[in-house]
Structures are given as C-alpha cells and as structure tokens.
Design a protein around this ligand. Structure first.
Ligand SMILES: NC(=O)c1ccc[n+]([C@@H]2O[C@H](COP(=O)([O-])OP(=O)(O)OC[C@H]3O[C@@H](n4cnc5c(N)ncnc54)[C@H](OP(=O)(O)O)[C@@H]3O)[C@@H](O)[C@H]2O)c1
Length: 294
C-alpha cells in the first residue's frame, strides 16, 4: 500500500511517516521546504511540493493508494485542502485521512476551524472516501515554552476549566491505524488525552518537573495577541487569540466517551500530559532541544 503523507516534516506528519513506515506501508513524504526532510527516515521517498500548487500535488499523488492530509494554518488553508482532495478524487485515491480539529463545528467563527469544517463537509459530500481525525490541543505545543517556563510563567491562556488536549504521537498513531486498518472509512474520530488540560494545572505540572515555581499567566487575551504578534503574522495571532478566547467563553472539553473512543481505536489509553511534560523537562535538563515527544 502506497501512502502520500502531507505535512510530513511537521509535528504530527513526521510521526505519521514513522508510524506508517513501522507498519510496513510504502510512504512518500511531500516536502515543502528543501532541507526540512533531513529528520525523516532515510528509506522514505520524498517528493518536493507545495499544497497551493496543483501541478506538484498531482505529481506527488501519482501512483499512490491513500493520502494523509494535513494543512498548516495559513490564510489559504481551505484552497490548499480542496486542491488536494479534488485531485485525490480525480486520481481515484482510495482513502484520505484528514487532520481536522476537535469540535470544529462549534467554532465556525475561528478562521482555521472554519477551514477544516468546510473541508470535512466537502469530503462528506464529494469524496474521496475519508476518515476525519479531530484532535484537541497538542501537548507538543508546550515544548516551545522552555524560555517562558524558565522565567516562571506558563503563558498559554488555557483557562481554569481545562480543554481537550492530546499527544501528537497518539494523533499520528490514530492516522496510521485509519490508513492501514479496515473499517475506518466515513468515520470521524476525536483524539484526546485522558484528562482536560487547564492553565493552572499545566503550571503546577511544570512546577513539579522543573523544580521551581511556575505561575499561570491568566487570560488577558489582548496581551496574549500582542505577544503572539512578536513571532507570528498578525492574522495568525488574531486566529489563535480568537480560538483561546472562544474556548474560555464556550468551553472545549472532552468527555469520558471521547477518551473511551480513542482508547478503543489505539488499543491502549491515550498518553497523559504529565508524561509528556516529564519527558520534556528531563530532555531540557540533559540539554536536548526544545521539541520533545515527536
Ligand atoms: N497545534 C495544535 O494544538 C493543533 C490542534 C488541533 C489541530 N491542529 C492542526 O494541526 C495542523 C498543524 O499540524 P502540525 O503542528 O503537525 O504542523 P506543523 O508542525 O506546523 O507542520 C506543518 C507542515 O506542513 C507543511 N507545509 C506548510 N505549508 C505547506 C504548503 N504550502 N505545501 C506543503 N506543505 C506545507 C510544513 O512544511 P514546511 O515547514 O517545510 O513549510 C510542515 O511539514 C493544523 O492544521 C492545525 O490547525 C493543531
């Protein structure tokens, strides 16, 4: 079975490549920026391409049976996603696994959620055969917080109630299972961890593993958006601020049924945030890079 993996050099996609490779699938990794593929297993075929360029996507899809479709958060995310799905249909790709987002339907006013929901709808209406994965907030986002945590602050405005969150390795494993197993077509799977992740809870977890006080910064969304603008384009800062503020206003919580569902799909309980944080903190103490848990 031959599978094209998009987003193959990113947090989830790189792990999807490894998981599929381990399961014996023949993987072709679509690589956007030259050089980014260095971390992929050397046996994996790579092909250069841009999801905004139908010519390169068509070439990448030639000879493939299936596709893992992950679109980065960009202003033209939906156009990129529709190009890939329409070409997959034209080339009679047998199965597409779409990386969407948890509760995409409840956050239609958040730009990158709206793009994903629109793609889900297009897949349901027009095909090709699909499976939709809806993951919560990635634990691995917090591997970028080394500096802030060292300064004693957990800066992400997750709120006091807690949100649905998941380990990127479980998301990738769910994708690999859906792509290589039977009976997943037409299904939508929520991918969540065993517990909700709150701002104060995350701060306490890091305090424990880093051996120093870490304070939760709270939910000043204006300030958060200003901070994001220091390293992201303004549209992306706006999108993320809107997302976190909407979580706070409407809730973004997973249920016991969600946890049971992902446990069934994976064949084991989903990984816990505490385990991710412990591994990451240990890696930092050993002087390893900031991105852990891939
Ligand atoms: N972070 C979260 O908490 C979370 C939660 C739920 C869902 N999601 C969704 O997950 C997705 C992001 O996943 P991720 O964090 O694994 O991604 P990521 O680490 O940001 O990586 C994005 C990947 O997409 C590639 N890419 C970007 N633009 C491309 C283009 N025009 N053509 C081809 N490839 C392109 C990147 O390659 P280059 O680096 O070479 O450009 C990279 O391989 C988004 O759709 C996001 O909404 C995220």
């Amino acid at each position: 079975m031959k599978i094209l993996v998009t987003g193959s050099t990113g947090t989830v996609g790189s792990e999807v490549v490894r998981q599929l490779h381990r399961r014996g699938a023949t993987v072709r990794a679509l690589v956007h920026r030259r050089g980014a593929a260095d971390a992929l297993p050397p046996e994996v075929e790579t092909v250069a391409g841009d999801l905004l360029d139908p010519v390169s996507v068509e070439q990448a899809l030639q000879g493939m049976d299936k596709m893992f479709l992950l679109n980065a958060v960009t202003p033209d995310e939906l156009t990129q996603a529709l190009i890939a799905c329409n070409l997959a249909r034209r080339l009679r790709i047998r199965h597409v696994v779409q990386l969407s987002v948890f509760q995409a339907d409840r956050f239609r006013d958040v730009p990158h959620f709206a793009s994903k929901l629109a793609l889900e709808g297009a897949l349901r209406e027009f095909g090709p055969p699909f499976t939709i994965l809806r993951p919560g907030y990635y634990f691995q986002n917090d591997a970028r917080l080394k500096e802030a945590l060292a300064g004693g602050l957990y800066p992400v405005p997750l709120g006091p109630t807690g949100i649905a969150a998941a380990d990127a390795r479980d998301i990738a494993e769910a994708a690999a299972i859906a792509l290589t197993g039977e009976g997943h077509e037409g299904k939508t799977y929520n991918v969540v961890g065993p517990n909700l992740l709150s701002g104060p809870g995350a701060a306490a977890t890091w305090s424990g593993f880093l051996g120093r006080e870490v304070r939760y910064a709270g939910e000043d969304f204006d300030r958060y958006e200003r901070q994001l603008r220091e390293h992201l384009p303004t549209w992306a800062a706006f999108d993320l601020r809107k997302m976190f503020q909407s979580y706070r206003e409407r809730g973004f919580t997973s249920s016991a049924d969600d946890v049971a569902g992902i446990t069934r799909l994976l064949g084991h309980p989903p990984r816990a945030y505490e385990d991710f944080a412990r591994e990451t903190a240990e890696g930092w103490k050993k002087g390893e890079g900031e991105k852990r848990g891939r």
